[in-house]
Design a protein around this ligand. Sequence first.
Ligand SMILES: *[C@@H]1O[C@H](CO)[C@@H](O)[C@H](O)[C@H]1NC(C)=O
Ligand SMILES: *[C@@H]1O[C@H](CO)[C@@H](O)[C@H](O)[C@H]1NC(C)=O
Length: 351
Amino acid sequence: MGLLSCSISETITPSLLFFFLFCFIGFGTATFNVTTLAFDEGYNPLFGDGNLVRSPDGHSVRLLLDVYTGSGFISSRMYQHGFFSAKIKLPSDYTAGIVVAFYTSNGDVFEKNHDELDIEFLGNIEGKPWRFQTNVYGNGSTNRGREERYNLWFDPSKEFHRYSILWTAKNIIFYVDEVPIREVVRNDAMGGDYPSKPMSLYATIWDASSWATNGGKYKVNYEYAPFTSEFKDLVLDGCAIDPIQKFPNSTACSETDTWLESRDYAVITPKSRSAMRRFRQRYMYYSYCYDNVRYPITPPECAVDSNEKQRFRNTGRLRFGGSHRKQARMERARRKRRSRAASVSDDQTDM
Ligand SMILES: *[C@@H]1O[C@H](CO)[C@@H](O)[C@H](O)[C@H]1NC(C)=O
Ligand SMILES: *[C@@H]1O[C@H](CO)[C@@H](O)[C@H](O)[C@H]1NC(C)=O
């Protein structure tokens, strides 16, 4: 990431601005030190037979959606805490109605009270940027969604980017490349809503015409099929347990937990924390934490950031439309006002 990518990523217009944003966000965050797996070392096909295509070297896999079926894979084992990560390239062109999901779940084992952590890419109509959401469920809290939705600072169908979910006993962090975009710190008041039981990793592509794009307005158009997503540089760090052993004993994972919590991706440095803040200020366009219509009482894990909050209505949606450019204009105006008020160090590093 960083300078090389940004020097080649922006040749066309609207984007001198994005050029800077991209460089800035990417800048200074070192690549994670991770060990990658071949597909067969950690995963099994889940559905879609011929629509799951392994590369000849076994290190990457393509998931296709055509008119007959989507496809997916699952980790061979379940994990009690872990870092689940892959470099992903999404389908390009017209992808309305398609969802590409990268998530952890134990819904097959705990039907009534499952846990789940989601990254879901929501298809787009041609020419519009991809959007995605993250979500957290614990112990069957499916009637208490904890969605956040975002845009990206790059086109995820052009190149591979790393997407990751870290889950420890203390916190959950979602990453895009090395930028933490969301952290959920465990809080006693969350109770069972904080995921606590072993989960598998899933990756899927499927037809979600009924809801994915503009609330279902745009459906999958199979004239553009097959839709291809690619996964590589797969990472599964964590305490692997036997799926039959639904609840690992309390010491079984303590060594792995300590190891996991000491990894570079488990530590949010001040620098990556400010990258997270900037990402959220520029690219998040919905948060359940600011959706007071849905949650009159703010959920206990929400760390309400007053700068962040002022951008949202009480429906959790953006106050002033959602376009990048409009957002960016406002951001610049805000920054100008702020720097006129002679605030210091934070401003120097912005853009
Ligand atoms: C999780 O759900 C089960 C079944 O509904 C319940 O018995 C249990 O107490 C819950 N656990 C927590 C930590 O809330
Ligand atoms: C818990 O798991 C560890 C590691 O698998 C094992 O060594 C230990 O004997 C187990 N303890 C109990 C009480 O089952």
